[in-house]
Design a protein around this ligand. Structure first.
Ligand code: CA
Length: 239
């Protein structure tokens, strides 16, 4: 995912006064290849922010001293670094949305740390996509993806490229997975990345994937997309 777009691991700043929560977040992010930095209050958070220039900030709203909304404002005054807010109360969410301060996402406590990590990736991916000039081609085994033309093709045994007749969503899913072959993607990640506007359910992903498989099969490619039980899907080019 987005981690690979950086020269080194992206640095995530966590501004959270509850040490236990911060620690859990750090553990999960590090497992996933991110670097982390923790500040226990807003003042320290802003110091780290200015000095270390993190790639993304996870920011608790309820902090001692300056609250998270103030910090968000200070961060926004300095640029467009993505911010994910942590909120404990619906009231905070309303405030956050009402202020339109430009948080990139928010997550309510208690939350599943894996989901937070997925959100971090999704936000970074969106940010990177919007600043990078669109990249051209990805090649995974016999599959080639032209990201600009929205064309995916499969090379047959005779070396001839056959264009796969994909829908836009199927193309997005395949193109997204092709950037990281062999990595397993959860259905949640696929929804976040490829169906961001919809409230798609897991089974919607399954249905897109099964159509995608059938189309690959028709082009002569069996087993390219693997199901990883209880996790999700991955591309396995060595078929
Ligand atoms: Ca707090």
């Amino acid at each position: 995912m987005s981690v690979d777009h950086y020269n080194s691991e992206p640095l995530i700043l966590i501004v959270e006064d509850e040490a236990e929560i911060a620690e859990i977040i750090e553990v999960y992010l590090r497992q996933d290849g991110f670097k982390t930095l923790h500040a226990g209050d807003g003042q320290k958070g802003m110091q780290f922010f200015t000095k270390q220039k993190p790639d993304l900030v996870i920011l608790d709203i309820r902090l001692p001293g300056q609250n998270g909304l103030d910090i968000l404002q200070s961060i926004r005054a300095q640029g467009t670094t993505p911010v994910i807010m942590l909120t404990a109360l619906t009231d905070d969410v309303n405030k956050l949305l009402g202020l339109r301060l430009g948080a990139d996402d928010y997550i309510t406590k208690p939350f599943n740390p894996s989901e937070l990590v997925a959100r971090v990736r999704a936000v970074l991916r969106r940010t990177i996509v919007s600043v990078q000039s669109p990249t051209s081609n990805t090649q995974v085994g016999r599959l080639s993806i032209d990201h600009n033309a929205y064309v995916a093709s499969w090379m047959d045994d005779n070396g001839k490229n056959e264009v796969l007749p994909l829908t836009l969503t199927e193309f997005r899913i395949l193109a997204f997975m092709a950037r990281h072959p062999k990595r397993c993607f959860s259905r949640y990640e696929l929804i976040e990345a490829c169906l961001p506007e919809s409230d798609a359910l897991d089974r919607v992903v399954d249905s897109h994937l099964s159509k995608l498989r059938r189309k690959l099969q028709d082009a002569g490619c069996e087993g390219f997309i693997e199901t990883v039980r209880r996790v999700g899907y991955r591309l396995w080019p060595e078929h």
